[in-house]
Design a protein around this ligand. Structure first.
Ligand SMILES: C[S@@+](CC[C@H](N)C(=O)[O-])C[C@H]1O[C@@H](n2cnc3c(N)ncnc32)[C@H](O)[C@@H]1O
Length: 268
């Protein structure tokens, strides 16, 4: 059986895409981190921009589709994500690690790292790399989740995993990197920062989308893609969720969440 890890999680596009789609369609208030990061950055459209931990590069694809003419670079530690980014017209996709970026000093005007810094064991090293690759006067934008984001659904999955002796793997999530801690980290590395917070919740009015979201959290709760317990755990979770909706006919399943966008300018 595979050991659950960041490598196994991001070797497959599906769980990430299910999570993103869930946030798009099942948030209590509109949730569009791409639009919010762009609003925080206020780009002219000509900047050279590197997106670190770019995933399937939907952010870069959006920029290209909306007329951004500067160079767009996606960097990711997963070869699957790099291949997805390479398939986006006009995007340079690089396989690389946030703590040792494959980019020259001052190579870009803007560096973004959206929902990835909590995967890095030593975030200050990564932030220093973001500073190194960004020219003086350039801008950094980092997004991370609030502590306990989607805790209710995580706990539901973790409890079922635990009943089969499975535990969340070490090193996938650095729980010290949250909206609470990011401002000080940004201040330490850049000497300035502006923080914007977005409080929200996932809300579900029926079992199907919640079951799909729960399954997209499996690796983070210790359930490997090839775990012999996977099918039974999914059946158990499905049964519990269906039961909850049957016994709470007039209620929504609500799970608090949120994230912060921290921006900084490279001085001197
Ligand atoms: C939660 S996904 C976010 C993807 C994308 N930024 C988005 O918001 O849609 C995290 C991404 O960061 C990548 N990643 C994780 N640790 C990394 C690291 N140390 N260096 C570079 N990429 C990393 C993963 O492979 C994955 O694609």
């Amino acid at each position: 059986m595979t050991t659950p890890s960041l490598d196994t999680e991001y070797a497959d596009l599906t769980p990430l895409q299910v999570r993103i789609a869930t946030h798009q369609h099942h948030s209590e208030y509109p949730d569009d981190p791409v639009a919010e990061v762009l609003a925080a950055l206020g780009l002219t459209g000509t900047e050279d921009l590197a997106d670190i931990g770019c995933g399937d590069a939907r952010f870069l694809a959006h920029l290209r589709e909306t007329g951004h003419t500067g160079r767009l670079v996606g960097v990711d530690a997963s070869l699957t994500m790099v291949a997805a980014a390479a398939a986006v017209a006009g995007v340079t996709a690089l396989h690389g690690e946030a703590r040792n970026l494959p980019l020259r000093d001052g190579e870009v005007d803007v560096c973004t790292a959206r929902h990835m810094l909590y995967h890095v064991a030593d975030p200050l090293v990564a932030l220093s790399e973001f500073r190194r690759i960004t020219r003086p006067g350039g801008t950094i934008a980092v997004t991370v989740n609030h502590a306990r984001t989607c805790h209710r659904t995580h706990q539901l999955v973790a409890a079922h995993a635990s009943s089969y002796g499975l535990t969340p793997p070490d090193g996938m999530i650095n729980h010290t990197v949250t909206s609470d801690t990011l401002p000080d980290m940004m201040q330490d590395i850049f000497g300035n920062t502006t923080i914007e917070t977005h409080d929200n919740a996932l809300v579900f009015d029926r079992p199907g989308p919640l079951i799909a979201f729960a399954e997209a959290l499996f690796t983070f709760c210790g359930i490997a893609p090839d775990s012999p317990h996977r099918v039974q755990i999914l059946a158990d979770i499905t049964s519990e969720i269906e039961q909850w909706f049957m016994t709470h006919p007039d209620q929504l399943w609500r799970d608090s969440k949120g994230y912060s966008i921290a921006t900084a300018t490279i001085t001197g």
